[in-house]
Design a protein around this ligand. Structure first.
Ligand code: SF4
Length: 260
């Protein structure tokens, strides 16, 4: 079985975490839908997997995010892909494991990704008063793994080395590789707003010609900074630790699916 077609569900409220590198700020949010309305809105789509991700970290309130997942699964019986930079408590981990069990019983998978893209420099791109520390997220990865959910490490966006030293990403891999199923890593995408929030100058970088990560996910104008050397170092570190590294989520998900 191959997972090809994805769809997205997300709460409409602006994200609590307010990361400086985030490009969801410009998304139009005309209406704040209920969970039932969010789920209804994909009823005419064909898909293999639902990404619980798009305009928001849907798990800044994990109980609310888990309700969204439970309801989406009950309605569509589809694979789910969760992405968060939050940390769950033991009850929430238990609920997550129960959902996974339910899904596995009909041959569906719960893919769970934890976002961390820096270690000591996270204050440069995250609001540290709102987000758990990288070390706490690393600990969460280990807890998930101990509970039978080997998460994907979402090591992105990768910044140019002189802004966030690449060694920080390598440290995160060293600290998590035994507990993760794979790594997804890709470059920083920017528009004028992101550049302003990060207080970096557009002309300091080379940019990639095209990148299709956001196709179907978000309709916004983003260009990606060329951090090929940094990504090479991440890939090498992953290979040395026996972990696969992907730049796109769909190949990563299929890799985990085939391993499981
Ligand atoms: S947690 Fe995700 S959606 Fe929320 S502000 Fe940060 S990057 Fe954006």
């Amino acid at each position: 079985m191959v997972i090809e077609k994805r769809t997205f569900i997300s709460f409409d409220e602006p994200c609590y975490y307010q990361c400086k590198h985030c490009y969801t700020y410009g998304i139009k949010r005309d209406k704040y839908r209920t969970i039932d309305e969010i789920i209804d809105d994909i009823s005419n789509e064909a898909f293999d997997i639902i990404y619980v991700s798009q305009k928001n970290d849907n798990f800044s309130d994990p109980d609310k995010g888990l309700t969204l997942c439970y309801k989406a699964f009950e309605r569509y019986e589809s694979h789910l892909f969760i992405i968060t930079r939050n940390v769950f408590n033991s009850n929430q981990i238990k609920n997550l494991c129960e959902l996974k069990k339910k899904m596995n019983s009909i041959g569906k998978q719960l893919f769970f990704a934890v976002s961390i893209n820096s270690y000591n420099s996270n204050y440069l791109c995250e609001d540290v008063t709102r987000v758990h520390t990288p070390e706490e997220r690393i600990e969460f990865i280990k807890q998930l793994s101990d509970n039978g959910i080997k998460p994907i490490l979402m090591l992105r966006p990768v910044f140019p080395n002189y802004i966030i030293p690449i060694q920080e990403c390598l440290t995160i891999i060293d600290k998590t590789y035994k507990s993760i199923s794979c790594v997804i890593s890709s470059e920083l995408g920017v528009n004028d707003d992101v550049l302003n929030r990060l207080q970096i100058n557009e002309n300091e970088f080379d940019y990639l010609e095209t990148k299709e990560y956001l196709d179907g996910a978000i309709d916004c104008d983003i260009k990606f900074i060329n951090v090929a050397e940094e990504l090479c170092m991440i890939d090498k570190k992953c290979r040395n630790n026996g972990v696969r590294c992907f730049s796109h989520s769909i190949p990563a998900i299929n890799y985990v699916l085939n391993k499981s």
